[in-house]
Design a protein around this ligand. Structure first.
Ligand code: C5P
Length: 291
C-alpha cells in the first residue's frame, strides 16, 4: 500500500496590509509570509476505507483536511486513504496550520496516485493561504492571499512565537475591519527592501499587520499581552495573520530559545523558538517515504 509522510509548516506574516473589500466579501491584501521549521505532520496511506485520525487537537468533523479530500474526490477517482494528522500548531492562531495541513494532503494525494491536479486551483478553493504552502518558501501574497509570488532572497531569521491561549476567528477579525481601517496605506515594496537588506533592527521596525486593531477590538487582552511582551522580552513583537499568535524576531536561535523560556516562565503562556525555513519546499522532508 502506498504511503507518504509530509511536514506541514507553520507560517508568519511579516507584513500584512489590506487594500480594500471585494464584491465577493473577501479583502484584497498584500502580505509577506515565511514558512517556519515548526510543523504539523501528516501521513497519507492507501487503505481499504477512508479515515482521519488526529493527535494533539480536537478538530471539527469538517475541517481543512476533510475539505481537501472532498475537493480531490470531486475531481478525480482516488482509492480510499487513512490520514494520520499530528497537530502541533494551534488552530485559530494565524499560523496557518489548517491551510498547511490541507496543502500537504493535496500534495500527498496528487503524488501517491499521479493525479496531475491543478493544485493551485484546488488549494484556492479550500483557503486563501493554501497556495502559499503548496509553493513552499517565503512569498509575497496578493489577491485575497491566494496569489503567491516566491521571494528568492528571504534571509533565514529566528523568532519566538507566543500563543495567548485562545483562538481568533479569521472571519470575525476581518468583520471588524471597517471600523478600524485607517490610512495611510503601507507600501509592501518598502518592506521588501528592508527584508532584502537584512539587518534585524530595521526589519523589526518594518514589520506590520493591519489586522492588529481589529483583533484587539475583539480581544483587548491580546493588546495587553503584546504591550507586555514588547516591554519585557520581545521589543518588536507583532501579531501574525488574523491572530491570535504573536511573534518577535531574534538575532539567533539560542536567543529565541532563551526568550521563549523566559516568556513561558514569566507570562505562563505557550512560547516556542522557531526559525524561518530556508529556501526550498518544506514538504521535501527526509521523512517522506513511499512503501
Ligand atoms: O480563506 P479563508 O477560508 O482562510 O478565509 C476565512 C474568512 O476570512 C473568509 O470567509 C473571509 O471572511 C475572511 N477573509 C477575508 N479576506 C481575505 C481572507 C479571508 O475577508 N483575504
Amino acid at each position: 500500500m502506498k504511503s507518504l509522510v509530509l511536514d506541514c509548516p507553520a507560517k508568519l506574516n511579516l507584513f500584512l496590509e489590506i487594500l480594500g473589500r471585494r464584491p465577493d466579501g473577501y479583502h484584497d491584501l498584500t502580505t509577506v509570509m515565511v514558512p517556519l521549521d515548526w510543523s504539523d505532520t501528516v501521513e497519507v496511506r492507501e487503505s481499504r476505507g477512508w479515515s482521519l485520525e488526529v493527535e494533539g487537537a480536537e478538530l471539527p468533523g469538517r475541517n481543512t483536511v476533510t475539505r481537501a479530500w472532498e475537493a480531490v474526490r470531486r475531481r478525480r477517482r482516488v482509492p480510499p486513504v487513512r490520514i494520520r494528522l499530528i497537530k502541533r500548531i494551534p488552530a485559530g492562531s494565524g499560523l496557518g496550520g489548517g491551510s498547511s495541513d490541507a496543502a500537504a494532503v493535496l500534495l500527498a494525494l496528487d503524488r501517491l496516485f499521479g493525479l496531475g491536479l491543478d493544485l493551485a486551483e484546488v488549494g484556492a478553493g479550500i483557503g486563501s493561504d493554501v497556495n502559499f504552502f503548496l509553493q513552499g518558501g517565503a512569498a509575497l501574497c496578493l489577491g485575497r492571499g491566494e496569489i503567491a509570488i516566491p521571494l528568492a532572497a528571504a534571509p533565514t531569521l529566528h523568532a519566538v512565537v507566543v500563543w495567548p491561549g485562545f483562538p481568533l476567528s479569521t472571519a470575525e477579525v476581518y468583520g471588524q475591519l471597517n471600523k478600524s481601517l485607517t490610512r495611510p496605506r503601507r507600501n509592501v515594496i518598502d518592506f521588501l527592501n528592508e527584508l532584502a537588506r537584512g539587518g534585524l533592527e530595521r526589519l523589526e521596525r518594518a514589520l506590520f499587520n493591519r489586522l492588529e486593531p481589529a483583533a484587539f477590538a475583539l480581544r483587548p487582552e491580546l493588546a495587553a499581552l503584546l504591550r507586555r511582551l514588547r516591554r519585557t522580552s520581545l521589543p518588536g513583537a507583532r501579531m501574525t495573520g488574523s491572530g491570535s499568535a504573536l511573534f518577535g524576531l531574534c538575532a539567533s536561535r539560542a536567543e529565541a530559545e532563551g526568550r521563549a523560556q523566559r516568556i513561558r516562565r514569566e507570562n505562563r503562556r505557550f512560547a516556542t523558538a522557531v526559525s524561518f525555513f530556508p529556501r526550498g519546499a518544506p514538504w521535501k522532508s527526509p521523512k517522506s517515504a513511499s512503501s
